[in-house]
Design a binder for this molecule. Structure first.
Ligand code: 13P
Ligand code: SF4
Length: 349
């Protein structure tokens, strides 16, 4: 009997490792090389256990595209960008929402679906944008510019969202900004996206003065025009894509600038064989898995906050979460922040 159980367990692990390898074999690792069958065999006990606990607890796992591919393809029920995952969190009927992402994303999930238990495997994983401005600073900015509508990027804390008229993501920032009244707009907390926003509104023939405050993404903010020039010099047929968190002088040189979902759609809809990716490594991995016939060149760019989510701490969060893996929100603050997020859903239609 014991022998049979051991054999069954081994067969199950082998089957799971084959399933993972089928999904990950064209995915590269940050240190070079690609996911191997051995890597998948090491991941298999975790993915099996997580998927079992997930069912037992009626939990759903949402993984941002920047988390590691073993999470994205091994255990996630939904993978996507911040907008897609916010919608999934809002509409989920599961008892538990496990959000593999950074803190502001899990906080947004809790705001949108407050009766659920929301867990974040990485604990208080920050984001250099979300940590760049506070609610009182936005309140002060608004007092200095009375009557000017205020937009906040979703990469912000609930206390910042609570001070703003509408939230936006990289996928809808330009369209929503265009719909706001007046010719001035407060935009927080991404100073680089603010420059891209001002330029895009001008290009569309609906210019607005953007009053910006905050900081920048420490991943996307590091790309320079020389990175685009180098990609083009080394790969003459390359299409270069960038996230709007990149500096404007970089975005101007690219073939496409857009959100995580936008870049994926651009790649899917293009006949080009080679892409320069000015964005976080996780998206590169997703595109490698989903377009094994295409080549992706990634100069650099890893978000260590996103990578704090692992199979190990996802399992831990499901079995016996640490207090900092459980998202708690003050109901009044959540309700105030929700208004800005709901406004985004309304205007993004
Ligand atoms: P997306 O809205 O494209 O998911 O971007 C979130 C983010 O943190 C990008 O750095
Ligand atoms: Fe924040 Fe940048 Fe990481 Fe996105 S990549 S979560 S903006 S630090």
């Amino acid at each position: 009997m014991h022998m049979l159980q051991t054999l069954n367990k081994e067969a199950q692990l082998t089957e799971e490792a084959h399933r993972l390898y089928g999904l990950l074999k064209s995915v590269s690792k940050p240190e070079g090389g690609q996911w191997t069958y051995d890597d998948c065999l090491k991941a298999a006990p975790y993915t099996l256990a997580i998927n079992r606990f997930k069912k037992e607890q009626n939990a759903v796992i949402l993984a941002h595209s920047y988390t590691t591919p073993d999470l994205v393809y091994g255990v996630a029920d939904y993978r996507g960008d911040s907008y897609e995952l916010a919608l999934k969190a809002r509409d989920s009927s599961a008892d538990v929402i496990v959000f593999a992402g950074v803190w502001f994303m899990a906080e947004t999930a809790k705001i949108l679906n407050p009766s659920k238990k929301v867990l974040i495997p990485a604990g208080h994983a920050g984001c250099t944008l979300a940590d760049a401005i506070t609610g009182p600073q936005v309140q002060q900015l608004r007092a200095e510019h009375p009557g000017v509508p205020a937009l906040c990027y979703i990469n912000s804390l609930a206390e910042v969202k609570a001070q703003c008229d509408c939230c936006v993501t990289s996928g809808n920032v330009f369209d929503i900004a265009q719909k706001m009244p007046g010719d001035e707009l407060i935009f927080v907390p991404d100073l680089l996206m603010a420059q891209n926003l001002e330029a895009e509104l001008k290009r569309r023939g609906t210019p607005k003065k953007i009053i910006a405050a905050g900081g920048s993404c420490y991943v996307h903010g590091k790309y320079r025009p020389e990175d685009v020039q180098k990609l083009r010099a080394e790969h003459p047929d390359i299409q270069v894509v960038a996230h709007p968190e990149c500096p404007i002088e970089v975005c101007r040189l690219c073939d496409y600038m857009g959100s995580t979902k936008g870049m994926s759609a651009y790649v899917a809809g293009s006949d080009a064989k080679c892409y320069g990716m000015l964005t976080e490594f996780g998206l590169v991995n997703r595109l490698e898995a989903e377009h094994p016939d295409k080549k992706f060149i990634w100069p650099f760019g890893i978000c260590e906050y996103m990578k704090r989510n692992t199979l190990e701490n996802t399992l831990e969060a499901l079995i016996d979460p640490h207090p900092d893996q459980v998202v708690q929100m003050d109901p009044a603050l959540a309700a105030a922040a929700q208004k800005a997020i709901d406004k985004m859903f309304e205007l993004a239609q």
